[in-house]
Design a protein around this ligand. Structure first.
Ligand code: ADP
Ligand code: MG
Length: 571
């Protein structure tokens, strides 16, 4: 775990060395002050040499100037280092999340992913900066101060030793308790995030049911868990802090009394006594740093643990080592005894399904909702992998192809189109990021978008709103089609692309879709049977698999399930 954390320092080695060196020098200079004061006082009491007083004064001034500059370096460079590391981790995690397969997103809340990428890493930057620095420097200052005190007076120095086991106990106690609290805190803030995500993206539903109060209460539960966990952590911190404070005061008291006694007996000079007391004070710096670390370390590490947990989730759909890159597919698709279930334990959604689709063919899938039509279409771009059997395109098992090369050749248009915040033009261009304006406008024309774009005040530059909420369903659907014209894949999947539209809009879009389907292998999943009249073949999918197969007229003649569905819709 720690080694993995440290590996993030590698690209920033130079910053680390500068920061660390500066911090070490600051720590050494800290030790100079009490020594200087000791000389100063003992000299004063002797009352002879002005020279040394001036020397000490000048020396201290120099030390302060150098320290000030180094403090700047430590604060700036150190935090820069921390922020860089935090950013790198965030980048790695985002990259990793993007590689995850659909199954991962089916089972993971968006809010949880968001908090892992954002809040969970906040404390890591601080830890990355203060962690090694404060740890080594505290130990160094502590040992340094102690060594000097020991040379001044071993007996008095030994008094301080008594404090060490108590300190260690307090720190271990705090560390264990805080570990738990911070872990719980992160889990709860993830819960809060998930609630916010749900309630905000569903706010239109919340308000139309006037369920604001219900949402408030649900939110309150998670928020309150968060509060408890965080307060718990601070309570532990308060216990540790106050006890360490007491410990340090007691040591000062003991040193003062015992030191005074030693001074009376002439075994300690006045300078040494003052210096000793100042050293006890110097000790508070590393101890405070260690206590601060006590907060930072478990907090940062709890975040880091959550980071590694997610980083270690391997995507379940991934390329084989010897996967081949496929270009220019013809579009022959063959399902061979395919069995697939979303969850292994469940009984499979698709059971031993086989069919062939020839290159250039348009095949329609119809059947009751929940039969598995969308599932069939999700298997072709490997959004999920089959449990048994195989899917071949142009005779090659799709699991032997590079996933990206496969997906580049398949276009999917669904019922609900996802638009990204941005302009209409940007959203069309999502089908081909380097498309020229001419290509974009041609695609828009072919998708029959011209009319409504002309009516928009800003035309192609119109902002579509979050998820495209400023556009109608038919408008969004045409953007999806325009994207496909740009992408121009040999295989096209239309999953109820027009099911949500009114008949008139559907007719306009149907024309665009017919044009899009030309010269490609096309799978059409449709509800309204009228829209698939021209399909080369129709497959009727039910829970039992593919029940009927044939052309429109053949199926009507068969007088089976399709003919029945057809009659229901026509009347
Ligand atoms: P259709 O498109 O024919 O209406 P689907 O392929 O969407 O049907 O769904 C088939 C079955 O698989 C349904 O019982 C549905 O509940 C289930 N299902 C669909 N998507 C998922 C998913 N992501 N996770 C788990 N089960 C799913
Ligand atoms: Mg479906």
């Amino acid at each position: 775990m720690i080694r993995r954390f440290l590996s993030y320092y590698k690209p920033h080695k130079r910053l680390f060395i500068v920061d660390f060196t500066a911090a070490v020098i600051v720590a050494i200079l800290e030790l100079a002050f009490p020594v200087a004061v000791q000389w100063f006082i003992d000299d004063l009491l002797r009352g002879d040499d002005w020279n040394i007083i001036v020397t000490v004064g000048v020396l201290l001034l120099l030390v302060y100037i150098v320290s000030t500059y180094l403090q700047y370096v430590v604060t700036y460079i150190g935090h820069k280092l921390g922020v860089n590391i935090e950013t790198d981790m965030r980048k790695d995690l985002f990259h990793h999340v993007q590689k995850q397969s659909f199954r991962f997103f089916d089972n993971t809340k968006t809010g949880h992913i968001m908090s892992r990428i954002t809040t969970d890493l906040f404390d890591l930057g601080e830890l990355a900066h203060h962690g090694p620095e404060d740890f080594f420097i505290s130990i160094m200052t502590f040992l340094g101060a102690f060594a000097i005190m020991f040379t001044i007076n071993p007996v008095l120095a030994s008094v301080i030793l008594i404090a060490i086991p108590i300190l260690i106990f307090l720190i271990t106690f705090g560390n264990i308790r805080m570990n738990k609290s911070w872990k719980t805190m992160y889990e709860n803030i993830a819960g809060v995030n998930a609630r916010v995500e749900d309630a905000v993206s569903g706010v239109r539903v919340v308000q139309s049911f006037t369920n604001e109060k219900f949402e408030m209460e649900r939110f309150g539960v998670d928020n309150n868990h968060f509060r408890k966990a965080k307060i718990g952590a601070y309570k532990t911190m308060a216990v540790v802090h106050s006890n360490i404070y007491l410990l340090m005061r007691l040591i000062t008291l003991v040193v003062l009394v015992a030191g005074a006694w030693l001074t009376f007996n002439g075994r300690l000079s006045y300078g040494e006594l003052v210096s000793f007391i100042l050293f006890v004070n110097v000790l508070t710096t590393p101890i405070n740093k260690i206590t601060a670390l006590l907060e930072m370390y478990p907090k940062g590490m709890a975040g880091f643990k959550r980071f590694t947990e997610l980083m270690d989730v391997a995507p379940d759909v991934r390329d084989k080592d010897n996967a081949v890159s496929i270009e220019n597919l013809q579009g022959d698709i063959a399902f061979h005894n395919v069995t697939f279930g979303y969850e292994d334990t469940q009984k499979p959604v698709l059971n031993n399904i086989s069919f062939d689709i020839h290159a250039g063919e348009t095949v329609a899938f119809v059947g009751p909702s929940g039969a598995g039509k969308t599932t069939i279409s999700s298997l072709i771009p490997r959004f999920y992998d089959v449990n048994e059997g195989s899917i071949r395109i142009d005779g090659i098992d799709i699991r032997d192809m590079k996933k990206d090369s496969l997906r580049r050749q398949i276009g999917v248009v669904q019922q609900d189109v996802f638009l990204f915040t941005g302009t209409l033009r940007e959203n069309i261009a999502y089908g081909k990021l380097d498309a020229t304006d001419e290509e974009i406008e041609l695609a828009a024309r072919r998708a029959h978008m011209e009319g409504f774009i002309r009516e928009l005040p800003n035309g192609y530059e119109t902002q579509v709103g979050e998820r495209g909420l400023k556009l109608s369903g038919g408008q969004k659907q045409r953007i999806a089609i325009a994207r496909m014209f740009l992408k121009n894949p040999p295989i096209l999947i239309l999953d109820e692309a027009t099911s949500a539209l009114d008949t008139e809009t559907e007719m306009i879009i149907q024309q665009a879709l017919n044009e899009l389907a030309k010269d490609r292998t096309t799978l059409v999943i449709a509800h309204r049977l009228a829209t698939i009249k021209n399909a080369d073949r129709i497959m009727v999918v039910t829970k039992n698999g593919i029940e009927e197969e044939g052309s429109h007229d053949e199926l009507i003649k068969q007088d089976g399930l399709f003919a029945h569905l057809h009659n229901v819709q026509m009347n």
